[in-house]
Design a protein around this ligand. Structure first.
Ligand SMILES: N[C@@H](CCC(=O)N[C@@H](CS)C(=O)NCC(=O)O)C(=O)O
Length: 201
């Protein structure tokens, strides 16, 4: 069974949500930032969350875990195939959720909680915040009122992108998410699979 090293509100949410949508069984293990267990440190010497083990396989990138789980436990409509319209959008937004959005949040969160007071509002923090908000505006424009980012259906790309709302809370910018993107994500949050995943401690 998949073992997912999880911390509530971390990117492990993407992996749990995907498993819940697909009905893939998994177990979780605590991945604490402050008191990492020896087991977690062995699986992920970087100590970033999530990590995943599947037998002898260990992984530390949430979107790669999603691709792995889809490939191993699919087929699923959460994936868009190369033959389908929307394939390029699917790939793009699956990656964009992390590489174009969430990754900008890490240094912002670190600055918010760990930087000395006089550095909390520094140039880099301002840059990161505007980089995230600019990219969210881009997502809102691309959605143009549609409920999903690719292929006119709910896919893993939506799971990837929607994580930014959770990350934005830690970064203290959740109130600045553009309204169209906020409603897009709040609509995704109605899904029972999301709610089960979000409730996992
Ligand atoms: N690209 C990685 C990023 C993992 C990551 O940075 N996770 C955050 C929590 S959501 C973390 O562990 N931050 C602490 C750190 O960067 O040291 C992924 O998508 O899994």
């Amino acid at each position: 069974m998949l073992k997912i090293y999880h911390s509530q509100g971390a990117r492990s949410l993407r992996v749990l949500w995907l498993c819940e949508e697909m009905g893939v069984p998994y177990e979780t293990a605590e991945a604490s930032f402050f008191k990492p267990s020896d087991e977690f440190k062995t699986v992920n010497p970087l100590r970033t969350v999530p990590a995943m083990q599947d037998g002898d396989v260990s992984m530390i990138e949430s979107v790669a875990m999603m691709i792995y789980i889809i490939a191993k436990h699919g087929p699923t409509d959460l994936e868009v195939k190369p033959s389908e319209p929307g394939y390029a959008d699917y790939l793009q937004y699956l990656m964009f959720g992390e590489a174009g959005l969430a990754v900008y949040g890490n240094p912002l969160v670190a600055t918010r909680f760990l930087a000395p007071a006089e550095q909390k509002e520094n140039y880099t923090a301002g840059y990161l915040k505007s980089a995230i908000l600019k990219r969210l505006e881009f997502v809102g424009q691309r959605l143009n009122g549609k409920p999903y980012v690719a292929a006119d259906r709910f896919t893993a790309a939506d799971i990837s992108v929607a994580y930014i709302a959770t990350g934005a809370k830690f970064a203290g910018i959740e109130d600045e998410i553009p309204a169209p993107v906020k409603s897009y994500i709040e609509n995704l949050w109605q899904r029972p699979a999301y709610q089960r995943a979000a409730a996992v401690k």
